[in-house]
Design a protein around this ligand. Sequence first.
Ligand code: FAD
Length: 399
Amino acid sequence: MTNTGSSPSRFDIVIVGGGPVGLSTAWHAAARRQRTLVLDRYGFFNEQAGSSGAERHWRLQYTQEDLFRLTMEALPMWRRLENLAERRLVHHIGSLWFGDIDVETNEGQIATTARIMDRLDVPYQWLTAKDIENRFGFTDLPSHYEGFLQPDGGTIDVRGTLAALYGLAQREGCVLSGGETALELLPDADGVTVRTDRETYRAGTVVLANGPGVNDLLAPLGATLDIRLYEMALVSLRRRAADVDFPFWFVFQQPTEEDTNLFYGFGRNPWSPSELVRLGPDFEVHPLGSAQGATGRPDPRHVDRLCSWVERHLPALDPEPAHTSSCLAVLPADPRRQFYLGLADGLVPGGRNIVLYNSGWGFKFVPLIGRICSDLAIDGRTDFDIARLAPTGPQEADR
Ligand SMILES: Cc1cc2nc3c(=O)[nH]c(=O)nc-3n(C[C@H](O)[C@H](O)[C@H](O)COP(=O)(O)OP(=O)(O)OC[C@H]3O[C@@H](n4cnc5c(N)ncnc54)[C@H](O)[C@@H]3O)c2cc1C
C-alpha cells in the first residue's frame, strides 16, 4: 500500500497477520462490506510463521467439551468454504488416538475424550493394542495401550486453504498487503492508528492474528500474552510399499525426563499422493525467547527420537528421514487454556477496538475463528461461546 496523501488511509478493519486466521477474518469481514486491509510481514503463503508445511490434523474430538462443540460448529463452515472455493480442503481419513489412555497432554487425554464422545453421541471405535497392530501395522506396542478411531477426523490441506481464503478475500474487495510489517498500535476511544514500516493507517478496529509476533505489538501497550514459542520438527519418511496407508495417528505416552514423548503422523495426502508421509514429535520443550530465536532447522535430537520410535513401532515406514523442516508453534503457557480469542479490553487501554486470536492448535478452527473475529470487530460481540478464551490474565484461565 502506498498513500500519496498526508492523512492516514482509513479502513474499517486492519488485520495484522495474513496467515489462515487473518485471511479468514478478512473474507468474513469484507463479505459484510467492511473496508478491510490485511498486512503480512513475510508475505502471503510464507513458510516462516505458524502455518508452514502441507497438512494439519482435522479432528472433532477435544478433551474440553466447549472446544469439542466448537469443532462441530467449524465443520459446516469448512463445507461452505469448500463449496465457495470449489475444492475439497478437509479429507476424512480418520483420526486415531492411542497409547496410555490416562496420560494428560497438551493435545488432550484419551479416556476423558471418549466419555465426552459418548455424551455428545459422536461415533468412534475403541481399539486395543492388538487391534491397532493388526489393523494399521504398528508393532511392539505396550500391551496396556488402547485408543479410538474417530472416522470423521482426518487431514486439512493447508496450502489449498490459504489459496481459497486469499482468493475469497480478494474477491470480496480486501486490500492485501504482503511484505508490510505493523510496528506500532495506538488505540484510543474511537479506533486504532497502525504504524507500519511503510505507512500509517487509521482503523475502526484492529484484528491481531499475527501468531508468534503478538507480544511485539502488545508489550508497548503494557500487556503481554503468557505464551510459549516452540520450534517444532516436521519429518517426511518414505512408505516401504505403495499400498501402505494410515489414518492420522497420535500416540499418547508418559513424558520422559527430556521431552513430552508424544509423536504423530499423517497418511498419504489425498490431494497430492506421494511415497512420503509427514510425521512429527510433539515436544513442548525448550521454548524460544522470541520468534527471532528460531533457527529454521529442527532439533536433530527430536528428529532422532521420532525416527527411533518409528523404527521400533512402524515398520511400514523407512525411518531414514527423506526431508526435515521446522515450524513455529505458539501455545499458551497454561495448557488448559488452549487459545486466546476475544476483545482486548481489560488487557490494554483502548483494547475494545482490538480483537485478538493467538496460540494453540488452531488450524481446524480457521473458518470459525475468522467468523468470530469478524463478529467481534464489527459488532463487538459474537454468539459463539468463547468466554473461557478471553485474552485476560492467567487467573481467568483457571475457571
Ligand atoms: C508443527 C505444527 C503442527 C500443528 N498441527 C496442527 C494440527 O494438526 N491441527 C491444528 O488445528 N493446528 C495445528 N497447528 C497449529 C496451526 O498450524 C496454527 O494454529 C495456525 O496455522 C496459525 O495460523 P495463524 O493465522 O494464527 O498464524 P500464522 O500462520 O503464524 O500467521 C501469522 C502471520 O502474521 C504475520 N506477522 C507477524 N507479525 C507481523 C507484523 N508485526 N506485521 C505484519 N504481519 C505480521 C506473519 O508473517 C504470519 O504470516 C500446528 C502448528 C505447528 C507449528
